[in-house]
Design a protein around this ligand. Structure first.
Ligand SMILES: [Zn+2]
Length: 193
């Protein structure tokens, strides 16, 4: 079961609603299954932001330093499905990510955050999320449903994103092309342990 603080959950949900109808997302860091740091990232897939979430090389650099600075493990990427359910698309599942965090905005003002675990055989299962107050008390348990894999959104940028993230996890220098720089930075770090 993943745990996230109420404050950080609120930041993700706010970000998801603010970006609608575009996709948005970011990177989650933590220890084990406890989410302790979020790095929201402005979507760089500018020409198709309604269907795709993309990040730049600078974002990957920033994510790397964010994780190192706060001594967090890389837990995964979160991204929104502005028109869809919070289930991994076949595209999402084509990337080698252990965890997928997806915010569905089918009801625009009532976003749902789901966490998914993908095993080595590509099997997906939902993982419950517990929202805790910043002093550690349980606020809400989000119980997952069954994955529906009929949806197919995503794009090349997400593929590139995953390759870059995997590359930085493995300590390689990822290859990428440059995007326009952005000053958008809303990273937060929770000291909840
Ligand atoms: Zn997706």
């Amino acid at each position: 079961m993943f745990k996230i603080t109420e404050r950080q959950y609120g930041i993700i949900i706010q970000q998801a609603m603010a970006a609608f109808p575009q996709e948005t997302g970011g990177i989650l860091g933590g220890h084990g299954e406890t989410i302790l740091g979020i790095l929201p990232i402005a979507n760089k897939a500018i020409d198709k932001a309604n269907e795709t979430f993309g990040i730049s090389a600078d974002d990957v650099e920033r994510a790397y330093h964010f994780l190192v600075k706060h001594q967090l493990e890389y837990l995964g990427i979160y991204h929104t499905h502005p028109r869809g359910a919070p289930y991994p698309s076949t595209k999402d599942l084509s990337y080698k990510q252990k965890h997928l965090f997806i915010i569905g905005l089918k009801e625009k003002n009532n976003p749902e955050l789901y966490a998914w675990k993908v095993d080595d055989f590509g099997q997906v299962r939902g993982e419950d999320i517990k929202i805790i107050s910043d002093v550690g008390a349980t606020v809400v348990d989000i119980m997952t449903g069954k994955p529906r894999l009929s949806e197919n959104i995503g794009g090349q940028e997400l593929d590139q994103l995953t390759q870059r993230v995997n590359a930085f996890i493995q300590g390689r220098k990822p290859e990428y092309h440059r995007y326009n720089p952005t000053n958008w930075d809303a990273s937060t770090f929770s000291t909840f342990a």
